[in-house]
Design a protein around this ligand. Structure first.
Ligand SMILES: [Zn+2]
Length: 582
């Protein structure tokens, strides 16, 4: 009995557990990926497959298996129009960025929108509402929400946990004979005495890497199949103490030039596993740990995704195997054969091999001690009170301890406090901080309009949210950078778009308005005809509000009013007369 239990436990989550012939393709064209599962994105792993739709919208989207519609959501952001179909075997498929839904779902959505006087809806449905048969056309593919080009975002989740799973483990037919490509590695000396020295071919001067400055080495392959890589231009790699590794890899597949993520990254030292990551699944609660999985600074500074083959202390991702969190202790006189093996979900593999030689500890200059009162211990919360500024970090905001630093510079002409440069934008925050800047330079009448602004490298202000409270402007940003107090007193810009001069519209046409808010952003929008709410669909990326004339507006001369409010309560209202004809 005990043995049986162990076997069952041991196999949980194993890729072979997933049914291989249960789901059909959600499209009836050959599947080509613009993005794949767990691909690296800003602050998250991609949770599904981005399937190409021939650069256009309106392709039929098919139910991947029998089941029922369990959720339907409409939003100007994120997944846009999205449908969730639950299946009797415990999986849910998700179809996002849709142009529209099948007629009966579309009618249901419309009814709910008019019942709530809201474009945005999010409805969970019981089993009996919309039963689905495998192969039913449930939607049309589109480009809605936060999508930048027509495609279908397709997910397979566990219904119970809503954990997204790698759809490529379910036997979908996608041609892939292309091995992942390896671009470079990065070596991270640890502790105060860890270091790495690289001798380039033909050069007697080594490049020295320390804890503060890990070293990047490019990889190349001379193998005609493009699968076996070496470090480029390296004669000798010397190291001392504990070191960690990271690697930049991307996968590709037949018929697509898009950069995809690799499935497994295995690092071996002397033929034993040092560390492995496997991207079969993750939870939405864990997805932000991508900032610990990758070298966040490399992404911020060079847009490079270097995935760590070692675990930072605060990284709670559940995708790793290996000993000593992936760190290798390099003793003087030792020699280590290291090999990376990178695989995609189809089993195509690439390798990179290199040798590391252990040397004596060099004489390293003692580090300058940082101000201990600004030290943030990872597991502890901490408030740092500075010059007319206060910042509070909750416990586990960081993946490792940090020595916080900040500097102050003069207010800008358009800001109401000094500019605070907080720490280093290459250090990731897992949780938001509470930042309070004293507002003694803010006129009283502007308090309701105040917000926290970030200053970009090119000097542009953008909103980081927040508001005035008890003498401070308080906000909860989730990244380091430059912050100052600013105000938004400007109402959103709102104007009719491609409006006929005579205001004549026919049924089937679309009435459109361009809407834009420079600073705090659009908080709410509503359209009324003769004082009655009518549906205006909001496309945030195109700054468009659209009403499709579909019978709700009766023929004749109508008074149309649009009202848009920004995040600081500034309102713009536009009234237009329109004549609707059949
Ligand atoms: Zn996607």
């Amino acid at each position: 009995m005990l043995l049986l239990v162990m076997i069952v436990t041991g196999f949980r989550g194993h890729t072979d557990d997933y049914p291989k012939d249960f789901f059909r393709s959600p499209l009836d064209i050959p599947l080509v990926m613009a993005g794949n599962f767990a691909e690296m994105r800003a602050n998250h792993f991609h949770s599904g497959l981005d399937l190409k739709t021939k650069n256009r919208e309106g392709l039929p989207v098919y139910a991947a298996a029998d089941g029922w519609v369990s959720r339907v959501k409409v939003s100007p952001y994120g997944y846009g129009n999205v449908l969730y179909v639950s299946h009797p075997n415990g999986y849910t498929t998700v179809y996002a960025h849709l142009q529209g839904f099948s007629q009966e779902i579309s009618d249901y959505v419309r009814t709910k929108q008019y019942a709530s006087n809201q474009f945005e809806i999010d409805k969970y449905l019981s089993k009996g509402a919309f039963p689905i048969t495998k192969g039913d056309v449930i939607a049309a593919s589109g480009n809605s929400g936060g999508s930048f080009g027509p495609h279908l975002h397709f997910e397979i989740r566990s219904s119970k946990s809503q954990m997204p799973l790698n759809p490529l483990l379910f036997g979908l037919q996608i041609t892939d004979t292309v091995a992942p490509k390896i671009f470079r590695i990065k070596i991270y000396p640890q502790d105060s005495d860890g270091y790495v020295e690289v001798y380039r071919s033909g050069s007697k001067t080594p490049v020295l890497a320390t804890r503060e400055m890990p070293i990047v080495v490019d990889a190349v392959t001379n193998d005609p199949a493009g699968k076996n890589y070496q470090l480029s231009n390296v004669d000798k790699l010397l190291a001392h103490g504990r070191v960690g590794f990271g690697i930049q890899v991307h996968d590709y597949h037949n018929g697509s030039r898009n950069r995809l993520g690799a499935y497994t990254i295995l690092l071996e030292s002397d033929e034993a596993m040092l560390f492995q990551s496997e991207l079969a699944k993750f939870t939405f609660g864990q997805t932000r740990y991508i900032n610990a999985h990758v070298d966040y600074g490399e992404y911020r500074e060079h847009k490079r995704w270097i995935q760590r083959s070692h675990r930072l202390p605060g990284n709670a991702l559940d995708i790793y195997a290996g000993a000593n969190n992936g760190f290798l202790l390099v003793e003087p006189g030792s020699s280590h054969e290291l090999q990376y093996v990178i695989a995609d979900a189809a089993g195509n593999r690439s390798t990179l091999s290199f040798q590391l030689l252990g040397v004596q500890d060099p004489v390293v200059a003692p580090r300058i001690r940082a101000d201990p009162s600004y030290r943030v211990i990872r597991e502890e919360s901490k408030t740092i009170a500075g010059d007319k500024m206060r910042v509070h970090f909750r416990s586990n905001t960081f993946y490792e301890d940090i020595d916080f630093v900040y500097s102050v510079s003069d207010p800008r002409p358009d800001s109401y406090s000094p500019v605070y440069a907080l720490h280093n934008s290459s250090t990731p925050l897992h949780r938001s901080m509470t930042l309070s800047i004293q507002a003694d330079g803010l006129p009283e009448q502007l308090r309701p309009k105040a917000l926290m602004a970030t200053v970009s490298d090119d000097g542009k202000l953008s909103s980081a949210g927040g508001s005035y409270r008890d003498g401070f402007v308080v906000a909860k940003p989730r990244s380091f950078g430059n912050y100052t107090i600013a105000v938004d007193t400007v109402a959103p810009a709102l104007e009719s778009w491609r409006f006929p001069k005579d205001g004549q519209f026919s049924k089937g046409e679309t009435i459109q308005f361009k809407v834009n808010d420079e600073f705090s952003g659009i908080r709410s929008y509503a359209g009324f005809v003769d004082s009655k709410w009518v549906l205006f669909e909001y496309d945030a990326k195109k700054n468009l509000l659209s009403h499709h004339i579909d019978g709700v507006l009766e023929s004749g001369l109508r008074k149309l009013v649009l009202r848009v409010e920004d995040g600081k309560g500034n309102v713009t209202t536009v009234a237009r007369s329109v004549t609707i004809s059949d």
